[in-house]
Write a protein that binds this ligand. Structure first.
Ligand SMILES: NC(=O)c1ccc[n+]([C@@H]2O[C@H](COP(=O)([O-])OP(=O)(O)OC[C@H]3O[C@@H](n4cnc5c(N)ncnc54)[C@H](O)[C@@H]3O)[C@@H](O)[C@H]2O)c1
Length: 350
């Protein structure tokens, strides 16, 4: 670590990099010392904006810069594994954007290269909120009794007029050839499993996925026919079950979402995204208790992973989502894709 604190490098200077660079700039323990993108103009734009001295178009050159202690990998998911493994091999700590990778094998390759370095994933993003902290404490306290069921159901109303930009994975075939499951399941699953202290792992998964509903195909005109709807059930270790549903084109007037942890003596109802209330605890025989009412702003969640990454390097804190935790999420995601593909229940691997 140099005199200016922890030297940070960013790999991938696209949309999300702005949030990382801003979050790092607000932390006086670290300094952005290098930026890399295969597109020189993207590097120049971000480096000028954030006054970053090291400017590279090859990952290897950034990793050879002795001022770099740690990197944020903010490329698309199909390009996470190579820079992450190379960064570990060069002795740099790594924070990887979400989804951590395209397959669990990619995450295993990252883990094989990690050694004693810090490795973390941004799928923790939604657990930096007050509601997530309150829920984590309540589950850890055991007050609600053993966890029985993890439930997530998000039904998103289709756009009235399709503007041709969202969901973006319909237009970006290089985005791992994956859709809403890869894009959002990592957040939903990280949220529910992380709130439970990463105590549960998948055993058996039964799932189905489907593409843009017939009614919308004319307006959506996907070039990349990926899943926009997913439904899954999983048997987890510890006798816990997971019920998961997410749809970008759902037959609802208004978008609605539910994230719920059911325990033996009560349940927690949570709102992972902005909206009120954020967290409500219901104990059998008692009136519901609002743990956190006030919402948060979307921008706030981007600070969490970077601050937590710096905590882990500087103070030895455990990252909210380690790469080993991210592997649990990716194993579930892989098993959901596999079960949907073969039309049968599948085991989730090690
Ligand atoms: N955009 C968002 O709002 C958002 C929000 C949360 C998370 N994310 C995640 O962040 C990641 C990046 O998303 P984005 O929207 O910023 O994508 P983007 O396409 O805007 O940016 C990715 C950048 O990486 C560069 N790149 C690709 N391969 C590279 C390589 N091998 N070496 C160096 N640079 C390379 C591209 O040129 C591009 O500039 C994804 O994993 C995404 O899921 C994005």
């Amino acid at each position: 670590m140099g005199s200016a604190g922890l030297g940070l490098g960013i790999i991938g200077c696209g949309q999300i990099s702005h949030w990382h660079l801003q979050a790092g700039r607000e932390d006086d323990r670290a300094t952005w010392v290098a930026a890399c993108d295969v597109r020189a103009e993207a590097v120049a734009e971000r480096a000028d904006e954030f006054d970053i001295p090291g400017r590279y178009t090859r990952v290897g050159d950034l990793l050879a810069d002795p001022a770099v202690d740690a990197v944020v990998v903010a490329t698309g998911p199909e390009a996470h594994v190579e820079p992450t493994v190379a960064a570990f091999e060069a002795g740099k700590h790594v924070l990887v954007e979400k989804p951590v990778a395209i397959t669990a094998d990619d995450v295993r390759a990252m883990l094989d290269a990690q050694g004693e370095l810090v490795g973390a994933c941004c799928s923790s993003r939604f657990r930096s909120t007050d509601a997530a902290r309150a829920a984590t404490e309540m589950i850890a306290s055991g007050e609600l009794g053993p966890v029985r069921r993890l439930v997530c159901q998000v039904l998103q109303a289709p756009p009235d007029e399709y503007d041709g930009t969202s969901p973006f994975y319909l237009h970006r075939p290089n985005w791992g050839g994956q859709g809403v499951l890869a894009d959002w399941s990592c957040y939903d699953l990280d949220y529910l499993l992380g709130l439970c202290g990463w105590a549960y792992e998948p055993e058996l998964v039964m799932a189905e996925t489907s593409g843009v509903p017939e009614h919308f195909r004319a307006i959506a005109e996907p070039v990349n026919d990926v899943e926009v709807r997913v439904g899954a059930q999983a048997r987890m270790t510890g006798g816990v079950t997971l019920h998961y549903q997410r749809a970008m084109f759902a037959a609802v007037e208004e978008t609605r979402g539910q994230w719920r942890i059911e325990c033996e003596n009560g349940a927690l109802d949570l709102n992972m995204v902005p909206g009120a209330p954020q967290a409500v605890a219901t104990r059998f025989g008692q009136a519901p208790e609002v743990l956190v009412n006030d919402s948060y702003e979307w921008g706030e969640i981007h600070q969490g992973p970077v601050a937590n990454f710096i905590d882990a390097i500087v103070d030895g804190a455990t990252p909210m989502t380690t790469l080993r935790n991210a592997l649990i999420v990716q194993r579930l995601t892989d098993a959901i894709y596999e079960s949907a593909r073969v039309g049968q229940a599948v085991t989730a691997g090690e």
